[in-house]
Design a binder for this molecule. Structure first.
Ligand code: MN
Length: 199
């Protein structure tokens, strides 16, 4: 098990009096009993548009920033930079992070649902080894996805690749054909506009 405060880095980067993101707590002991953990892919218009891929593992959201978003084409490898763990509550965060705050910009829940481990070894061990295989049951993405670390344990660069199964589709381009929120149906522009009206 990791240290007692897995969310230290997450909290140190943020000012909770200024951002509507959540401070978060971990839920120790969830992982063993939770047979149906959740995942989220958040479309994040920060300095650069990217997709944040988060998996509920051991009481936190293990997180990767995917610049080009996940592909449904098994022939395409997408760079996925491992970033700090996020609190579980972040799974349905949609809104705007104010200017000058860490990650400033608009966040959309682009896809969400449940997932399961395709490997026999526990997630913590699979992450340590840099080899994850998950089955997604999302609204837009389904089927197997592999995450493979490019280097040794200190390397933050991973590759996200669609596995070859019945949900693989080299022609589909869900980022383009299904750009709206899986939670509210809103576009990034609509989320941003509602945030500025609320002030
Ligand atoms: Mn992000």
């Amino acid at each position: 098990m990791e240290n007692a405060d897995q969310l230290k880095e997450y909290r140190e980067k943020r000012h909770f009096d200024r951002t509507s993101e959540l401070g978060g707590t971990t839920r120790q002991g969830d992982s063993g009993s939770n047979s149906s953990p959740r995942f989220v892919i958040q479309k994040h218009q920060a300095r650069n548009l990217h997709y944040d891929f988060r998996l509920e593992i051991d009481g936190v959201l293990k997180s990767w920033a995917v610049p080009k978003g996940p592909s449904t084409n098994p022939g395409v490898k997408r760079l996925a930079m491992m970033v700090e763990d996020h609190p579980l509550d972040y799974v349905d965060f949609e809104g705007t992070i104010p200017e000058h705050e860490y990650g400033a910009g608009t966040v959309m829940v682009w896809d969400t649902g449940h997932f399961r481990n395709l490997k026999d070894k526990p997630f913590a061990e699979a992450i340590h080894d840099g080899q994850l295989e998950v089955w997604l049951e999302g609204k837009k993405l389904q089927g197997g996805y592999a995450l493979v670390r490019m280097g040794d344990i200190v390397d933050h660069r991973w590759l996200l690749v669609k596995m070859r199964d019945e949900d693989a589709d080299a022609q589909r381009d869900p980022e383009a054909s299904q750009p709206e929120s899986a939670l509210t149906g809103r576009t990034l522009e609509e989320i941003a506009a509602e945030a500025s009206h609320a002030e």
